[in-house]
Design a protein around this ligand. Structure first.
Ligand SMILES: NC(=O)c1ccc[n+]([C@@H]2O[C@H](COP(=O)([O-])OP(=O)(O)OC[C@H]3O[C@@H](n4cnc5c(N)ncnc54)[C@H](OP(=O)(O)O)[C@@H]3O)[C@@H](O)[C@H]2O)c1
Length: 296
């Protein structure tokens, strides 16, 4: 059987590295990994050459500008990576038999309906990063390129910089810290997300009924609802740290970019469309902490 040919862009980010980590288990897929040095997605010519010299079955775009606060002062760079580069990618794929996987964010919603956010809910992005992510996904939906767009939240991983690693470090360095307790959501273990994407690709390749479902926008995060304070408490407890965690309101920790109060997303749509696992956030965090501890 012909292998499914996949390009992963932004391959040195948290999510990109998770695809690298798991890819060898999928022997019926073959991967080319492009980090920023190998392919700058803001360069239309480079994107065209990379995605047409080899024609891929799937392009997985993990590249993004994710410095949410810095984005307020680096608007053009943020829009270039999160929005204009989507145009470069879809232009390059035009006329090819390639499907696209792209990631967006819970930040596009920024509303508080009082129940888990659904993909049909109104979007009200606050801040440059959030607006750039929404523009990127909106552009992709206007094209004829079949694209799976996944809105995810609070991405954490053994790779890169993230909340879990910061809390483990602070747990060793500090006797007490303050963490916001009025932003609700769920962390997403990037490895779980990467596996879900490869599972969806597998199901789409083996069941033609799913080709239509692939070309849509979905939420995905680990199960459960917590605040950053709950997550910090859990990490301190699991790492046997004596660091005390105190809850504070968002107003006591002002940031240049507004954070959504409610990032709780419904996973019903993705779970109805595909057979996938949505592990609980505790499992996701435990797996990361165990792997990090084994490397210490
Ligand atoms: N992190 C979160 O909490 C979170 C939450 C919701 C949604 N998301 C979305 O999930 C996806 C994956 O996020 P992540 O956490 O894996 O992000 P990440 O760790 O910041 O990785 C993004 C990668 O993209 C690379 N990149 C930046 N500009 C590029 C360019 N012009 N060309 C090619 N590569 C470029 C970055 O390289 P450099 O580091 O060298 O710049 C980095 O390796 C993104 O779409 C993000 O918006 C993330």
């Amino acid at each position: 059987m012909k292998k499914i040919k996949i390009a992963v862009l932004g391959a040195n980010g948290q999510l990109g590295q998770e695809f690298r980590y798991i890819h060898a288990s999928y022997e019926y897929m073959s991967f080319d990994f492009f980090d920023k040095n190998a392919l700058d997605i803001t360069d239309p010519n480079a994107v065209k050459i990379a995605l047409t010299t080899t024609v891929y079955d799937y392009v997985i775009n993990c590249a993004a500008y994710t410095a949410v606060d810095k984005a307020e002062n680096e608007q053009s760079l943020c829009f270039a990576i999160n929005n204009l580069a989507c145009i470069n990618i879809t232009d390059a794929l035009h006329g090819l038999d390639t499907r696209l996987v792209h990631f967006s964010s819970d930040y596009v919603y920024h509303t508080y309906p009082g129940f888990p956010l659904q993909e049909t809910d109104v979007t009200a992005p606050q801040g440059i990063y959030a607006q750039s992510k929404l523009q990127g996904e909106e552009h992709i939906r206007t094209t004829s390129i079949p694209a799976l767009i996944i809105r995810t939240s609070w991405v954490v991983s053994v790779f890169g910089h993230n909340f879990v690693k910061t809390m483990i470090r602070l747990g060793k360095e500090k006797s007490e810290i303050n963490v916001v307790n009025d932003q609700y959501g769920a962390p997403t273990n990037a490895r779980h997300l990467a596996k879900v994407v490869l599972e969806i690709i597998t199901q789409t390749e083996t069941n033609s009924d799913l080709i239509q479902a692939f070309n849509d926008t979905y939420n995905f995060a680990n199960e459960g609802i917590i605040t950053w304070y709950d997550l910090a408490q859990y990490i301190m407890k699991q790492s046997l740290s004596n660091c005390k965690v105190f809850p504070i309101p968002t107003t006591a920790y002002p940031t240049p970019a507004k954070r959504p109060h409610w990032s709780v997303m419904s996973k019903k749509k993705i779970n109805n469309a595909f057979q996938i696992d949505t592990p609980h956030w505790r499992q996701g965090i435990q797996e990361i902490m165990e792997e990090l501890a084994s490397k210490d």
